[in-house]
Design a protein around this ligand. Sequence first.
Ligand SMILES: [Zn+2]
Length: 139
Amino acid sequence: MSGQKKTIRGGVVTGYGSCRFCGQQATRKVLEDWTQEEKDELVTETCECLEARLYAAEKGQKERAHKRIEMLFGESNGVVTCNVAVLELLHSIINPVCEGNIAAATVDIGNGVKAKINITNKGNIKVGRTKTDTSTYEA
Ligand SMILES: [Zn+2]
């Protein structure tokens, strides 16, 4: 492991990783300080085997769901103010929904705003925000 790394530039090296599912090895351009686990992850994500492709699709979907949470409930959403604890809670719902442990979760954020995270029949994660206009109930 010493001195054998081929430095390209700026700490980018050629690293070996293996797919977690089929075990196929591949070289990828990685950063010098990546752990073996990170290299394996990159190779797994880009492997052609069926399990790896399903895994990559699921991971991509999770990433999009996390981004959507940030978009709908993050700092600059302009509709509802969610503190860090609320955002953490919403993000933590993605995994159990994606992995099928729960079908859906609704979080009542207050002021008529609700977050709903569920999985569709097609297996896609949906992140929704609803706002009920409560002004009609006010005297
Ligand atoms: Zn594979």
